[in-house]
Design a protein around this ligand. Structure first.
Ligand code: SF4
Ligand code: SF4
Length: 286
């Protein structure tokens, strides 16, 4: 059997055939889970992660055999050849999935501007299929290896694990920021029963004195206290179980499925340093 470092390198080489970046974390309890989310206020934190906080604190509660966690970043932007304007024509709008059309603000003169992630194919399906294929390849290479894939909908603390696996640092806008990819990516991964050498968390590259995301936020959701999710348009336009309050709806004019303003403002997403990320999620078929 190869040593832990060689195993880890082989697994990451397989993953990089299908994702934009990857890293490995130990499958251990995450005592720092809450401090990783310290940008959320107490109410927001409870609303956001309270339901499955205990499960999320240790991936072995979800996959007891786990020894290591492979974290994969799937970039969805910038996409080669994508139109510079993001506004949807009324014809395109008609062909959009109803679940997104239920989640939009009032109409705007310039048309609707969807969140960038929604311009790509459904990442649950696309990244989920790629992760299944990576797991199948790992099982071919290491007969007897077992694992369980996750992307967004499982009780797994993806962002803190991604941070531990060296995939980025958590910016003041609460998003994981990767020095090569910026923040326009989704995270998924595989809990594995293989004992792999873990990566080191990404050094440096913190926000410093920058405050551009908070300055750009139209609702004041970002402050020195972190993110107030009850004022975050991305929350109201994607995950909130209740109807958007009128005050938020006014600010959501022309938005569909989310809000990218704190990402657009971030220097790590500056188009001038946009890198040709590999394996970018393909565009949604209209
Ligand atoms: S997604 Fe929009 S509303 Fe939410 S924090 Fe970012 S800029 Fe503010
Ligand atoms: S805009 Fe500035 S402060 Fe906000 S996440 Fe990006 S680097 Fe950090």
């Amino acid at each position: 059997m190869a040593d832990r470092r060689s195993l880890a390198q082989a697994v990451k080489a397989l993953a990089l055939e299908r994702c934009s970046a990857c890293g490995i974390a130990r499958a251990e309890p995450l005592p720092g889970l809450f401090s990783c989310y310290s940008h959320y206020g107490p109410q927001s934190r409870a609303a956001y992660i309270g339901r499955s906080a205990r499960e999320r604190s240790d991936i072995r509660l979800w996959f007891p055999k786990a020894k290591s966690v492979l974290l994969c970043a799937f970039a969805y932007w910038p996409r080669p050849g994508a139109a510079p304007g993001l506004e949807l024509s009324s014809e395109e709008l008609r062909s959009w999935p109803p679940r997104y059309l239920k989640r939009k603000g009032p109409s705007a003169p310039g048309g609707y501007r969807p969140a960038r992630f929604a311009l790509a194919r459904d990442y649950h399906k696309e990244a989920g299929a790629r992760l299944s294929s990576i797991l199948a390849r790992i099982a071919e290479l290491f007969p007897g290896a077992d694992g369980r894939t996750f992307v967004d909908s499982s009780p797994v603390a993806e962002k803190p694990l991604g941070q531990l696996a060296g995939l980025g640092f958590q910016g003041k806008n609460t998003l994981l920021i990767n020095k090569e990819l910026g923040s326009y990516f989704v995270l998924g991964g595989i809990a594995l029963d293989l004992d792999l050498e873990a990566d080191a968390p990404q050094a440096g590259g913190q926000c410093g004195d920058c405050n551009r995301c908070a300055d750009a936020c139209p609702t004041g959701a970002l402050s020195v206290n972190g993110l107030d999710i009850t004022r975050c348009l991305a929350y109201w336009l994607s995950a909130a179980p209740d109807e958007m309050p009128e005050e938020m709806a006014r600010q959501a004019q022309g938005l569909i499925a989310g809000c990218d303003k704190c990402q657009e403002a971030c220097p790590w997403n500056d188009p001038a340093r946009a890198c040709g990320a590999r394996h970018v999620l393909p565009p949604r078929e209209l």
